[in-house]
Design a protein around this ligand. Structure first.
Ligand code: FPP
Length: 265
């Protein structure tokens, strides 16, 4: 089996991007792909560049991966752009990261509009600079009627903070008798999360070889397929995304149950 996979993998390398796109389109595509874009700092360090050069290169990758996800008819692409813990970084790096959405949208919003991409955001906007908020808000408004890929930026986002916020809102609704305790289940809880309008991720990708979740979509990834790669985010290409989707297509998703053929045995 291992040899078969090795042979298949080496045959894949000779295919063009378009061939491979056509190939993955023959099987179910993950509806929601979430990505922890890690390794920008190490990418820059390897080149003796400042860390922000890695973030800048990472932004260029965001554009390519967005376009491919849209082409594959992925419903939602969530990108972990800034976590609630990233404020601990040096001020100049935080300032640079906070400027990236404005730069990205300043350059690519017309292309996102043309390509029918709908921009959205999860995260708490309380500490986000006004300029960044305005750039994201403008993109959200100008793409609001688009029906293609939902490009969802997780900005000042943390899974634990999101869950705590949901618990507070639920408690309030119970106190005000808008909600009964007996009615709180998975579906109800999900409605109180920032992702209430999105499906749960089917595929979670993390780059750079780190094997952790880092407070990302803790509730939503309960049954996501996880795919880790050593590739640093600025080196991540369309071929890597296709590789992740192909790996997803080989997985057997049972959601805690068993396959229907097995249940007949
Ligand atoms: C983690 O790498 C990466 C981030 C905290 C920022 C990710 C942001 C981008 C890829 C650009 C986002 C673009 C837009 C359009 C918002 P790291 O800095 O922790 O890398 P390291 O672990 O190698 O130090």
């Amino acid at each position: 089996m291992l040899n078969k996979i090795k042979l298949w993998k080496s045959s894949q390398k000779t295919l063009t991007l378009n061939d491979r796109v056509e190939q993955v389109q023959k099987l179910p595509i993950p509806n929601h792909i979430a990505i922890i874009m890690d390794g920008n700092g190490r990418w820059a360090k390897k080149r003796a560049l400042p860390r922000i050069a890695g973030h800048h290169e990472g932004m260029r990758v965001v554009r390519k991966i967005t376009m491919l996800a849209n082409k594959l008819n992925v419903d939602t692409l969530t990108l972990y752009a800034f976590s609630t813990e990233n404020w601990k970084r040096p001020k100049h790096e935080v300032d640079y990261l906070m400027g990236l959405p404005e730069e990205f949208l300043g350059n690519f919003l017309p292309e996102l509009i043309d390509e029918n991409v709908k921009v959205c955001m999860i995260g708490n906007d309380n500490r986000i600079p006004d300029r960044t908020k305005r750039a994201v808000e403008k993109a959200i408004v100008e793409t609001s009627s688009n029906t293609g890929l939902k490009l969802n930026f997780a900005l000042n986002y943390g899974g634990r903070a999101e869950i705590i916020e949901a618990v507070k809102k639920i408690s309030n609704d119970v106190k005000n008798e808008k909600l009964q305790l007996v009615d709180i289940d998975d579906e109800c809880f999900s409605k109180y999360l920032m992702t209430h309008h999105l499906p749960d991720p089917d595929l979670l990708i993390r780059t750079s070889g780190e094997l952790r979740i880092s407070n990302f979509m803790l509730w939503q990834i309960a049954y996501s397929e996880l795919w880790f790669t050593d590739v640093l985010w600025p080196d991540f290409t369309e071929m890597h995304l296709l590789e992740a989707v192909e790996a997803y297509q080989r997985r057997s998703r049972r959601f805690g149950g068993i396959h229907s053929e097995e249940s007949k045995k």
